[in-house]
Design a binder for this molecule. Structure first.
Ligand SMILES: NC(=O)c1ccc[n+]([C@@H]2O[C@H](COP(=O)([O-])OP(=O)(O)OC[C@H]3O[C@@H](n4cnc5c(N)ncnc54)[C@H](OP(=O)(O)O)[C@@H]3O)[C@@H](O)[C@H]2O)c1
Length: 304
């Protein structure tokens, strides 16, 4: 278990204005929203990914930036937080911070199931409810297609029982695209999650168009390719055309590329710093590149 005194002590040190803001309903921050499922659920197009950076924080020094990240995210109207049982202690960390901040009702919590049998799936999912400290998880997706048909059958029952609101599948491997597409064709899904970025566009060949055709919401993992896009553009000034879409940083430019795909993706960049939240949520405001500018962006990155 996490040290509750540590996290509560951290809440007490949040600035007064932030605490006040968290007590209010999330302001309508003008964020682009995207429908999930039948469309009754609308979520902002930029969420938080929790792989690696939330997996094992120790002590207040490491908890504080994560708490500030989630607090700022909720304050700005963000809702989607993506986690997984395989991300170390991330589910438990998210559950504790969300509960201590009192922002559960503002959020769309997404996790995954990634095991090999029905029994193991049922057990792992119950653990997720406990760790996330909630009686309703917004989305559970089958992680990397593991035991996919059995696990989707469980998720379908949970959805019918009202314990989850949406179900889906994930991958981040090109080698899984073919079976991924087959599952998209044979199963009824609310979401898919796939890797897609300005310099990693294979998902746009078949997966994203199929999602669009079938009305499946798209979540994009690895929108920066971890540090790959930042490394490629390090020390380079933003191109002039960045101003056409109001991109004030490379991160915003990369995210606006992802969000502008016609399948209307939700990007879930890994964020463990409040300043990333301000930067990345700004990509969900203002204009997005049109088809011609998207081509220009691809040409630019391919030329580096
Ligand atoms: N198969 C799957 O289901 C699957 C696979 C992979 C990922 N995912 C999900 O997708 C999420 C995103 O993937 P990811 O976190 O691995 O990679 P990513 O989103 O491509 O990159 C995240 C990294 O980018 C940096 N960053 C974020 N915002 C920034 C900003 N505004 N300016 C500069 N740098 C910024 C941070 O690096 P530093 O922290 O080093 O500063 C962060 O760790 C994961 O957290 C996870 O939830 C799912």
């Amino acid at each position: 278990m996490l040290d509750r005194r540590t996290t509560l002590a951290g809440i007490a040190t949040l600035p007064f204005t932030l605490k006040a803001a968290l007590a209010q309903t999330a302001v309508d921050a003008g964020l682009r929203t995207v429908p999930i499922g039948s469309g009754a659920i609308q979520v902002p197009a930029v969420g938080i990914g929790t792989a690696r950076r939330y997996d094992n924080p120790r002590g207040e020094e490491q908890f504080a930036p994560l708490r500030a990240t989630i607090a700022r995210f909720a304050e700005l109207g963000g809702t989607v937080i993506d986690t997984a049982p395989s991300y170390g202690r991330a589910e438990e960390v998210v559950g504790q911070l969300v509960s201590d901040l009192g922002v559960r009702d503002k959020l769309f919590l997404a996790t995954k199931v990634g095991v090999d049998t029905r029994e193991a799936g049922l057990a792992q999912i119950e653990q997720s409810f406990r760790k996330l400290r909630t009686d309703r998880i917004d989305l559970i997706a089958v992680h990397n297609l593991r035991d996919v048909d059995n696990q989707l059958a469980i998720l379908r029952d949970l959805k019918a029982a009202g314990r989850i609101r949406a179900l889906g599948i994930t991958t981040s491997f090109d080698g899984q695209y073919e079976p991924f597409e087959a599952v998209m064709r044979r199963q009824a899904l609310d979401t898919i999650q796939v890797d897609y970025a300005l310099d990693n566009r294979n998902a746009a060949d078949r997966i994203l168009p199929l999602a669009q055709e079938k009305g499946i919401a798209v979540m994009v993992n690895l929108p920066f390719g971890r540090d790959r896009l930042f490394t490629a553009t390090r020390d380079k000034p933003l191109p002039d055309w960045a101003t056409e879409i109001g991109a004030a940083s490379w991160a915003q430019l990369f995210l606006k590329y992802v969000l502008s795909h016609p399948s209307r993706p939700i990007a879930i960049p890994g964020m463990a710093q409040a300043r990333y939240v301000d930067d990345n949520l700004a990509a969900a405001r203002g204009p997005l590149p049109d088809a011609a500018l998207r081509k220009r962006m691809e040409h630019y990155i391919d030329g580096l």
